[in-house]
Design a protein around this ligand. Structure first.
Ligand code: MF3
Ligand code: CO
Length: 255
């Protein structure tokens, strides 16, 4: 069952999304050589609390921190620590915010210090995957139309998309239906829902330079690429409407 949000629920989703997007900006501005990932987690935690909101990830399935920070070959779910960011690190930051019981989920990838042509391309293409997908986030399409846009753009650029983790519906729970995969399965398996107004989805391309294969480290959270090549992540929570989709994890009102 895919729940569609009412006007009042959408207002709550906007508030949560705005705070999540502001937190993402704050975190991105802290990505500098020598900064510890824990200090970014702490600053974001305090910001979210200062807004009267709750960091969604803290305690979610016993996750120990308020945000996820995944560096280089780490794909997602990296746990903040005393690790200092090094020159050239590719730093993916994922943030969830609960406000009035509704959740905004977003992520972005930043580079510490000096980027290379390769690291910049990876970050750019991953972000573009989200925006390509957004064009298909319309009534009349199915979830797989969004998934295909992500996969095609990543693969056209010589990258692979992670298959073991997906985007998802989001609302009062962090993970609601439907699943929003970053690839299309052939032959088609399972259901492929049609998009309807009021659906709120976390769309999150995870793009690898090398193979799509991943494993989870012994900390039971950190997802890394098996070939140790870099990975990037970009995510927004969006609302399906009768017209253009609305990005909910934005800092300012779209004009
Ligand atoms: N954006 C991720 C997701 O939706 C973040 C979950 S991290 C966790 O799966 F710590 F909360 F699990
Ligand atoms: Co998510």
């Amino acid at each position: 069952m895919i729940n569609r949000k009412s006007a009042r629920e959408i207002e709550y989703m906007r508030s949560a999304g705005r705070i999540a997007a502001q937190a993402r900006e704050l975190a991105g501005a802290m990505v500098k050589v020598g900064t510890t990932t824990r200090s970014i987690d702490k600053a974001v935690h305090e910001f979210i609390k200062s807004q009267g909101a709750i960091p969604t990830f803290l305690g979610y399935r016993d996750y120990p921190s308020s945000i996820c920070i995944s560096i280089n070959e780490e794909v997602i779910h990296g746990i903040p620590s005393s690790r200092k960011l090094a020159n050239g690190d590719i730093v993916s930051i994922d943030i969830g915010v609960t406000m009035n019981g509704y959740i905004g989920d977003c992520a972005a990838t930043f580079i510490a210090g000096e980027s290379t042509e390769e690291s910049e391309k990876l970050v750019k293409v991953t972000r573009e995957c989200f925006y390509k997908c957004l064009r298909y986030a319309k009534v009349g399409n199915r979830v797989s139309d969004m998934s295909r846009a992500i996969q095609q753009h990543a693969e056209q650029n010589g990258y692979s998309v992670v298959r073991a983790y997906s985007g998802h519906g989001v609302g009062t729970k962090l993970h609601e239906s439907p699943e929003v995969p970053n690839f299309v399965e052939r032959p088609r398996r399972g259901n492929d829902p049609r998009l309807l107004p009021g659906m709120t989805l976390a769309v999150e391309p995870m793009v690898n330079v090398g193979s799509a294969d991943i494993k989870v480290l012994d900390d039971e959270w950190t997802v890394v690429t098996i070939d140790k090549k870099s990975s990037a992540h970009y995510e927004n929570t969006i609302l399906i409407t009768e017209g253009e989709p609305e990005i909910l994890t934005v800092c300012e009102e779209a004009t």
